[in-house]
Structure formats: C-alpha cells, structure tokens
Write a protein that binds this ligand. Structure first.
Ligand SMILES: *[C@@H]1O[C@H](CO)[C@@H](O)[C@H](O)[C@H]1NC(C)=O
Ligand SMILES: *[C@@H]1O[C@H](CO)[C@@H](O)[C@H](O)[C@H]1NC(C)=O
Ligand SMILES: *[C@@H]1O[C@H](CO)[C@@H](O)[C@H](O)[C@H]1NC(C)=O
Length: 324
C-alpha cells in the first residue's frame, strides 16, 4: 500500500484514487496545500484536491456553502434592513506584524489593540484577527471573488472572529457564526490607499520577500483601509483555505481600494519560498470560485427592479449597479 508521501511519483490525476481510509493528522499537514502546481519537488494538493487528501478537509470538496463565489449582480436581493457596518477602533491606531506566510501577505494586529466590527448583517461583535492579501500575476486576475465573471488585480480580506461567543480564532473558525470577512477589491491607480501604502511601499514590502519573513508596523489606522461607502454585498460562505469551514459571513464592500502598478509589481516579486530555495512568485494565490447553489446574495444597494424570493429574507426591488 502507498503512503501519502509516495504521491510525488504519481501524477495528480491518479491521486484521485487516494484511499479515504488513510486519514492524516490535520495538525501535521495543516499547511500541506497549495494554490498552484509546483513545478519541481513533491506533490502538494491544489484546490481541486484539497477536499480529497485529508478527511478533515472534506468540506472543500463536499460543502454546499463554499467561498469564494462569482457575484452575479442580477442575482442580488436588495434588503433594506441591512444597516451600515460599524467599525470600532476605540479611536486608537494599532500596531501589527506583517508576514510572508508563503501563501499570503498577512498582517496580524497585536493583541493590545482591539479592533472590532458589528452591525450590518452581523448579529455579534467580531474582532479583527488578520488582514490578508490575494493578488494576481496579471492585472485581470488576483481577486478570489469575481463580479459578473470579472476578476480584479487583488482582494484584501479582513478576517474577524466572533468575540461574543468564542475565545479565539481557531475555536470560532469551526463554529456557527464564527467568522466575518470584510472583502475589498484592489484596483490599480496612480495613488494608493493610505493603509495599503504603509504595507506596500518598497522599504516595507521588501522586508518580507521570503517565506517566514516578518516586519513590525506601528501607528496603523484600519479605518484608512475602508473605502468611503456604506454599501456592501453579503452572503454566507466559508473560509477560502483548508479546512474550508462554512462559518463565514462575507461582506464585500461596494468600492475598491487602489494600489500603484509599482506596488503590485512588488507583491508579485514576493516568494512562496525561503531564500535558499527556488523563487516561486506568491501571485495567483486564489481559490477558484465555488457554486452559489441555494444561497442568497443580499445587498443594501437600492436597486428598483423586482428581486426573486430569498429564504429568510423578503424579496425586494432591484434597479442599478452602483460602483465607485
Ligand atoms: C470593540 O472595540 C472597542 C475599541 O477597541 C472596545 O472598546 C470594545 O469593548 C470592543 N467591543 C467588544 C464587544 O469587545
Ligand atoms: C482557543 O480556545 C479554546 C477554548 O477556550 C482553547 O481550548 C484553545 O487552546 C485556544 N486556542 C488557542 C490557539 O489559543
Ligand atoms: C429604493 O429606491 C426606490 C426607487 O428609487 C425608492 O422608491 C424606495 O423608497 C427605496 N427604498 C428604500 C428602502 O430606500
């Protein structure tokens, strides 16, 4: 019988036959997944295999409420009961550590500075755990969510956990109403968003060129990251990396943030690997979109065309797509 480590000699398509009765410790293999095929080296499961290689990740293959999705604006339902999202920083700036995790650029606020969100579609208060960047190797791709089939150069995800019900992120991630992700599309422009500029200016971003590099930032104002709008789109989905738990409320802000072409270029120069290994660009760190199935996409954007019926929600009016 083969062990999982022997897969490196089998082509990925054959590994579909992996015996499900060979569960592997999720602890040991927590990071054993990838977005793209690795040219050299051993087999690492890409998105279509995440749900097949580890029984703890079944939802990645079998889930019915997976993320990301393609937002088809014609399917959106206007819900006038959706209030604006509330951001609470306590009026203070925060410090945080920026990491190259090998898969994402990740900024984790230090524990002394609590930032939380509530309101909107959320029934609880959610504490900011991580700001994560996804981006593409080309300008036409890089966001995880799509809008009417179109990708954006990148997507910022502000990942929060339910601090009313759960002690920490790991507990919340696998529990009902555990996670709230605010998602903001990234577009290119001459000027960049003030918050992203702190992360992506050359002096800073080049400190995390390689996997496990970390760099401390101080005096950040998370409010600077939010575009100037109260409009958003929301749906119930999953976290977009294994184990794909279906515990996330997604809130997609109806305006993008901007970075410069130079900053996007710097992101593409980040390596997934340690400095002594081959350079492998981190770009295209996106999971493909997943089927919407029975879910509703709600919005507080007031369209005036008739919407279809939505379980849990009244059907309402739809009119025009307002974008900034
Ligand atoms: C939300 O954040 C503010 C500012 O840091 C803090 O004062 C407040 O207690 C937090 N709310 C909860 C429910 O923890
Ligand atoms: C998270 O909270 C749970 C429950 O209180 C605890 O058992 C676990 O050790 C905590 N995990 C971390 C990473 O702090
Ligand atoms: C939505 O827009 C329509 C048309 O402009 C307007 O008549 C209606 O009052 C609006 N509804 C809400 C809840 O704002």
């Amino acid at each position: 019988s083969i062990t999982l480590w022997d897969i490196s000699i089998i082509s990925p398509s054959l590994s579909l036959c992996l015996p499900a009765a060979q569960p592997i410790s999720s602890k040991l293999h927590e990071g054993w997944w990838a977005y793209k095929d690795v040219v050299q080296g051993s087999f690492v499961p890409v998105p279509s295999f995440w749900g097949l290689v580890n029984s703890a990740w079944n939802l990645c293959a079998m889930g019915k409420r997976q993320s990301p999705i393609d937002i088809e604006t014609s399917h959106m339902i206007f819900d006038p009961h959706l209030t604006p999202l509330r951001l609470n920083t306590g009026g203070r700036r925060m410090g945080g550590t920026m990491y190259n995790t090998g898969k994402h650029v990740s900024l984790r606020p230090d524990k002394a500075h609590l930032v939380n969100i509530s309101g909107g579609p959320l029934g609880y208060s959610y504490r900011l755990e991580e700001v994560r960047l996804h981006f593409g190797s080309e300008d036409a791709q890089g966001s995880e969510h799509l809008l009417n089939g179109q990708g954006f150069p990148g997507e910022v995800q502000l990942i929060h956990y339910n601090q009313d019900l759960y002690a920490n992120y790991s507990e919340a991630a696998k529990s009902p109403h555990g996670i709230a992700v605010v998602s903001i599309f990234i577009k290119l422009s001459e000027n960049s968003n003030a918050f992203l500029n702190r992360m992506l200016n050359r002096d800073t971003i080049t400190r995390i060129n390689y996997k496990h590099d970390a760099f401390l930032l101080m005096g950040l104002n998370i409010a600077d990251l939010y575009p100037d709008t109260t409009r958003y789109i929301t749906y119930e989905g999953s976290i977009t990396i294994p184990p794909c738990y279906e515990t996330s409320t997604w809130i997609l802000i109806n305006k993008p943030v901007y970075v410069t072409q130079m900053q996007m270029h710097s992101l593409r120069l980040l390596s997934q690997n340690e400095p002594y290994k081959i350079f492998l660009s981190m770009s295209d760190n996106t999971r493909p979109t997943q089927p919407l199935l029975q879910r509703c996409i709600r919005t507080n954007i007031n369209f005036s065309k008739q919407g279809r019926d939505c379980p849990n929600n009244r059907a309402l009016q739809i009119d025009r797509w307002i974008d900034g």
